[in-house]
Design a protein around this ligand. Sequence first.
Ligand code: NAD
Ligand code: ZN
Length: 350
Amino acid sequence: MAPSIPKTQMAMVFDKPNGPLEYREIPVPTPGPDEILINVKYSGVCHTDLHAWHGDWPLDTKLPLVGGHEGAGVVVAAGNQVTNFQIGDYAGIKWLNGSCLSCEFCKRGGEPNCAGALLSGYTVDGSFQQYAIAKAIHAAPIPKSCDLAQVAPILCAGITVYKALKTSEARPGEFVTIVGAGGGLGSLAVQYAKAMGLRPIGIDGGDEKAALVKKLGGEYFVDFTKSKDVVQEVLDYTEGGSHAVLNLSASSGPLNASVKYVRPMGTVVVVGLPPDAQISSDVFTHVIRSVSIKGSYVGNRADTDEAIDFFARGLVQVPIQVRELKDLAAVYEAMEQGKIAGRVVLKCSD
Ligand code: NAD
Ligand code: ZN
């Protein structure tokens, strides 16, 4: 029997950047021919959602906006062109809600780089609501064995760090330094790195994050709030530099340091998106040490399946704290202050 779908639902909405975050009744959207309607059970809160609310980036959001792009739930309706989901399947809302699939970048697997990309919780309404729309071809298939609260953060944080680790080209046995290791992306990066045979070193601030990073498999932790010299500490521990670095923090401060402790022939991957930030590297040293700086932006559909598969096989756990959907403003406040270890997941529907 087809599930009954209400006409209205509750959502977290804002009307202008930094405007009030309102828990509001809005209509349940109707899926188009190539779309599915997902009853969102849980949604992770990513730092990107906070950047979107602040209007931090040189890319406008839709307004009014329902944020959120780590939504896990159940398919309750599908358009007549949809062939890859059935009613009742588990599905995930990712940052990349849709892309054209026919441009140069989509054809090469660079779906996030598509100029026509639709972004959940940014250019289209996202997962901070009870019912959300996704293009069926881009929605993430989630195995029924997965816990929906736990799997939600895989849909952005997991995919992103897994792809960034691949982009780093670090090989098993090599060091990867994870900047922002105690946050949402970082706490997953430590575990994907470990599962991929790498040696994760975490950088973050405070004892709670130090304990979390160690618990998740971090081999060494540098507390940036206490270390006398972060660069030297990484160089010493790795005996000459980290083979790869993932910059996952939302601050610009640590970016230029990462270029100094990467090992010769190593790669710095830039993932975190602090507003108005620059990364710079002294040309002589850059050339002589032959280091690379690469950007990495979420992942494509294959990265999505692979990242979820690591989770489904129990290789990564998601350190979550579950809160109510209407608590979003308080979650943003804690995130701003760097007080969230791991990821907060909002309960969107029963
Ligand atoms: P988060 O707030 O959960 O985690 C960030 C962590 O960085 C925190 O633990 C914080 O304590 C730590 N940190 C702050 N200053 C630091 C410093 N100087 N050195 C080391 N650590 C420091 O945020 P998140 O949800 O993990 O997102 C992180 C960033 O990644 C955001 O800018 C977000 O927009 C971006 N992001 C990018 C992509 C992409 O595809 N490139 C995808 C998702 C998120
Ligand atoms: Zn995200």
